[in-house]
Design a protein around this ligand. Structure first.
Ligand code: DER
Length: 233
């Protein structure tokens, strides 16, 4: 079984467990969520479910439209029943690193409006401590004009190294759906109080959001190559 199949089995298990008729459903971003939306579309069709989907990115919105699912927005649906999203890493306390795909701001907003945040991932995202497996650092979305002083302040406070995320298909940095830059913070100390780190970093002027999701995730599904799914909550 490939990693893609591991992602798929996790995604299908989560959708089967949490999607119900008349639910308001948050659609996360990234590659694993693609399988969740596929499964959701199947269930809407076969079980004749009424589900309103709230996107967490341009990518998520396109996925919803591609599968002819009902598109909603926070203006009309400020409270969601469940959001299903991916993660770059999940530690033993269910703290997440998210933002590997650059969508952390809208993902965190939608997750914060959801009664439940459910994470789907392959087994390589299942860690004891943040940084055990995910080596690209904690993503931080920042206002472009402030990225250098923010970088200096975070390193001054917590150490490590910070890189401005470069784009691949264009010259220069990644620009998010919200017109901002992403800094990736390669932290050294894996035993930090992540709630405090999130709060302190968010207080730095120009920081829009961090990819630290602390005390937000109710349950995580980790697909295994053999097709089984490990669940944690
Ligand atoms: O960017 C994000 O937050 C994504 O959800 C990411 O963390 C997971 O992406 P993946 O499903 O492609 O691994």
């Amino acid at each position: 079984m490939s990693l893609e199949q591991a992602k798929q089995v996790a995604a299908y298990r989560a959708v089967d467990e949490f999607v119900t008729n008349n639910c308001v459903f948050g659609v996360g971003s990234g590659s694993t969520v693609i399988y969740a939306v596929q499964r959701l579309a199947e269930k809407v069709e076969t079980d004749n479910l009424k589900v309103t989907c709230i996107p967490t990115s341009f990518q998520a919105k396109q996925l919803i439209l591609k599968h002819n699912l009902t598109l909603g927005e926070l203006d009309t649906h400020p409270v969601l029943d469940v959001t299903i999203d991916g993660a770059d890493e999940v530690d033993a306390n269910m703290t997440l690193i998210k933002g590997g795909g650059g969508c952390l701001l809208q993902e965190k907003i939608v997750a914060s409006c959801s009664k439940k945040l459910i994470v789907i991932a392959d087994y390589t995202k299942d860690s004891k401590k943040l940084g055990d497996r995910y080596k690209k650092g904690i993503p931080i979305e920042v206002i472009p004009m402030a990225y250098v002083p923010i970088k200096n302040k975070i390193v001054g406070l917590f150490g490590g190294e910070i890189k401005l995320r470069s784009a691949i298909a264009k010259a220069g940095p990644v620009v998010t759906d919200n017109g901002n830059f992403i800094l990736d913070w390669l932290f050294i100390n894996q035993d930090l109080d992540w709630q405090n780190v999130d709060t302190v970093i968010k207080m730095i002027p120009g920081v829009v959001e961090t990819g630290l999701f602390v005390n937000m995730c109710q349950k995580a599904y980790f697909g295994q190559p053999e097709g089984i799914v490990n669940e944690r909550s």
